[in-house]
Design a protein around this ligand. Structure first.
Ligand SMILES: [Zn+2]
Ligand SMILES: [Zn+2]
Length: 454
């Protein structure tokens, strides 16, 4: 390089910078629209009294059409020129089965499909079904079904060839290459959900595990890089503290993924509604694959006896990535402040954060996520930031202030502990260690000094 000086050197540098920039692209990741057609009438998805309904929705309810449509328009306004859109399901609202039927659910998926096609003509959408898209809710079967067929037909322009259409008709999974050459593997993890009573006693529902292994093996042999997308993520949901996938399925899924960490660039999921990421370790606990759970469009809060979930602001996510390696580089998380937008009768989609700025990350590789997770273990303000983003800035400081020692342990352990028993013992040891520190003589002296200083 010493020989390349002056204007030739400058040109070479410009060429290298230009070439690497050319390999960077963007895609949208959107999830969990939960469109409630009854928002202005029976309000069937609403979990509490809503004295005044906002035009863009309410934190207790699923999305009115105005919110769904506005989110798609906002995507097109912010960045229309994307490589593709990843859409991870749950388009139907949280409404009791007695008010739904197969053709109603299909119609809901169709109106959002049509809106995406109209706003992004010619852009490929890699769509997966969510547990609420099925009728009856969650009960995905392992036999051919009219709803698998109808959804495959609905998404035929995006799924493409006959073999993949056949896979979708079998169990709503398929694989496809992006125009830029990355392999997308779109899975139906709803088959592994604890609420799916049709798959409880099976070892490989719809043969998806065997198929996934075959696809990964071939991709490895062909030197491809893979992006995995699905609705329900493996691991433990935080701060809800629940493992969504049945124990045997969760274990088999992560064991299989661990064998292919060298070719899986990243994994993208929905279902959590909250914003979060995880890191799948290789065998031997070295960083393997980054996993991203995108926050939902719906602001809906759950409510069960004695407990209610956090509010979330509606969110749309733009991902910057390397088109060759598939490596995620940056997340531009946009959101709508629901309270403000309703008050002003005008939507305001704005940036919540960029991972590059908020966490100081130059990329989102497994190693980079490992670094920031390690940092959060000791840097309280960094973990606070992550917790604020978890609800898409819906609750301000209360989210952070309401998160006690155990809640913080849950966040920290959720990053890398993919199975409930190891997650639980991680939480126990963190809480135990904190209790020990607080009752130690050194901590007592430190507290006494602090008291004197104030
Ligand atoms: Zn959902
Ligand atoms: Zn879901």
């Amino acid at each position: 390089m010493a020989a390349v000086r002056g204007w030739q050197g400058t040109l070479l540098i410009l060429f290298i910078v230009g070439a690497s920039k050319a390999n960077e692209g963007f895609f949208w990741h959107i999830t969990d629209h939960h469109y409630d057609t009854t928002y202005w009438s029976e309000m069937r998805s609403c979990n509490d009294e809503v004295p005044v309904r906002g035009i863009y929705g309410d934190y207790w309810c699923d999305s009115p059409w105005r919110l769904v449509n506005d989110s798609i328009n906002a995507m097109a306004d912010i960045k229309k020129n994307v490589d593709f859109i990843m859409w991870t399901g749950d388009t139907v609202a949280h409404i009791k089965d007695k008010y739904l039927n197969e053709s109603f659910n299909l119609e809901i998926m169709k109106v959002v499909t049509d809106a995406l096609k109209a706003a992004f003509p010619g852009v490929k959408v890699y769509a997966t079904m969510g547990n609420h898209d099925w009728y009856p809710s969650d009960q995905f079967p392992v036999i051919s079904h009219s709803l698998y067929n109808a959804t495959a037909d609905l998404w035929e322009d995006w799924i493409g060839d006959a073999e993949q259409m056949a896979n979708f008709r079998k169990g709503a999974f398929y694989t496809i290459k992006t125009p830029q050459g990355l392999r997308i593997i779109a899975l139906n993890t709803n088959l592994y959900y604890t609420s799916d009573k049709l798959t409880t006693d099976l070892t490989d529902p719809a043969g998806q595990f065997a198929w996934l292994e075959k696809v990964l093996k071939k991709a490895k042999g062909d030197g491809e890089k893979v992006l995995i997308s699905a609705h329900i993520p493996p691991g433990v949901h935080v701060p809800g503290n629940v493992q969504w996938l049945a124990k045997n399925f969760n274990t088999r899924f992560i064991d299989l993924l661990r064998q292919y960490t060298d070719i899986i660039a990243a994994m993208y999921f929905g279902h959590d509604h909250a914003d979060g990421f995880k890191l799948l370790h290789k065998n031997g606990r070295t960083p393997g694959v980054p996993m991203f759970m995108a926050p939902s469009i719906t602001p809906w809060r759950y409510k069960i006896p004695g407990k209610s979930g956090d509010s979330h602001n509606p969110a749309i996510r733009l991902v910057k990535y390397n088109r060759d390696s598939g490596m995620p580089l940056d997340i531009h998380q946009y959101y709508m402040d629901l309270t403000e937008s309703n008050k002003n009768n005008a939507s305001n989609w704005t940036i919540a954060y960029k991972t590059s700025e908020a966490f100081g990350l130059s990329d989102l590789s497994a190693d980079s996520l490992n670094g920031v997770i390690k940092k959060m273990e000791t840097d309280k303000s960094l973990l606070d930031k992550y917790i604020m983003y978890n609800t898409v800035l819906a609750n301000g400081e209360t989210t952070v202030n309401g998160c006690n020692q155990k809640c913080r342990a849950i966040f920290l352990c959720g990053f890398t502990h993919m199975e409930k028993p190891s997650f639980d013992s991680c939480v126990d040891s963190r809480v135990g260690a904190a209790a020990e520190i607080c009752s130690s003589p050194i901590a007592f002296i430190a507290l006494a000094l602090l008291y004197l200083l104030m």
